[in-house]
Design a protein. Structure first.
Length: 344
């Protein structure tokens, strides 16, 4: 009797099916993110992806074969690293040089200050675990959801902690997107020349939110704000390298692999592709196509991350994460204002 038809599918096929399933969800997410209503809110496909993934993972998870979970996990981890590396094609040395020293000084001070403040306040005053505090701080300091994604593999943390951090960053980044143009109209931002762009680009969370906030002022401000924001994104590489070294030292000499310098290869890839983009060796239309593909890959990773997250895990963080997000939001508004005044 032939029983081959009843044999289980190979593991690689289940993984592939899981990856393709996430890809289909991500394609729908991209379409949703491209609607006028979502674009008006300045919400990136990454954020829409994690929300849709969480809704599916918590309410419809039973409709996906359990064996496909390996593909979902692969997308949330391995594909994530590849996508973060290719995100380097979004920046160039020429962009950073265009705003000069003030933009670089403000970007560096905001990134370092937010990471240190977020980690200390989160762990010592609010009683959060280290990973949740650092992920929330990273999202506020660098580039929102994309930074949280980049920090996750280095910290080797759990999916629900990333989801909590993303939710907090989205909330306060959205507030900033709407408040900053109001601040400018009522005269609370008495800046001139490049300073409004440096302020918005240096303190608003997500790239899409920076563009949305600055575009409500004028095109020149939008250009400067976007470049300063990309400067913050460029700081992702040295920050990840320092973080890896710090984690190795914190683990102690007896930890496995303690003698190795922890260099996240995706961060190196990010830097290498940023240099390639700066050299102009890739045709503009090809680079644009790769960026679109990379955005889709990042959206897949965020969607997979959402599928793996449970609401019960998020509830455990409680209001403390929101409190940390609020502290960092206040620091970005007032501390960022002071930094721009000093540097611009």
């Amino acid at each position: 009797m032939n029983t081959s038809s009843a044999a289980p599918a190979p593991a690689w096929r289940d993984k592939l099916n899981g990856i393709l399933f996430v890809g289909l969800l991500a394609a729908a997410v991209m379409q949703l993110a491209d609607t006028a209503a979502v674009r008006t809110l300045g919400v990136s496909p990454l954020v829409v992806g994690i929300v849709c993934g969480m809704l599916y993972g918590n309410f419809l998870r039973g409709t996906m074969p359990e064996q496909w979970g390996a593909g979902v996990h692969f997308t949330a981890r391995r594909l994530l690293r590849i996508a973060v590396a290719f995100y380097g094609l979004n920046i160039s040395i020429q962009q950073i040089a265009a705003v000069g020293m003030p933009g670089l000084v403000v970007s560096t001070a905001v990134v370092v200050g937010t990471l240190v403040l977020g980690t200390l306040v989160g762990t010592r005053l609010l009683g959060l675990d280290r990973d949740t505090a650092m992920l929330t701080a990273a999202g506020s300091a660098i580039c929102g959801a994309a930074a949280v994604l980049a920090f996750e593999p280095t910290l080797r943390t759990q999916s629900h902690k990333s989801a909590v951090a993303v939710a907090t960053v989205v909330l306060f980044g959205t507030l900033a997107m709407f408040l900053y143009p109001v601040f400018h109209r009522v005269g609370w931002l008495p800046f001139d020349t490049q300073a409004p762009g440096i302020y918005i680009g240096g303190t608003v969370h997500e790239v899409a939110q920076v563009v949305a906030a600055a575009s409500n002022i004028d095109p020149a401000t939008t250009e400067v704000a976007t470049i300063v924001k990309m400067t913050r994104v460029a700081l992702l590489v040295p920050v990840l390298l320092v973080l890896g070294l710090w984690l190795r030292n914190a683990a102690g000499a007896q930890a496995p692999g303690a003698g190795k310098l922890p260099i996240p290869w995706f961060a190196v890839g990010f830097l290498a592709l940023a240099l390639v983009n700066s050299a102009g060796v890739i045709a503009p239309e090809v680079a644009a196509a790769i960026r679109k593909l990379d955005l889709f890959a990042l959206t897949m990773a965020m969607t997979a991350l959402g599928i793996e997250t449970r609401f019960a895990q998020i509830r455990q963080a409680g209001p403390r994460v929101l409190a940390l997000g609020l502290v960092l939001f206040a620091w970005l508004i007032f501390g960022g204002y002071a930094l721009v005044k000093l540097a611009a």
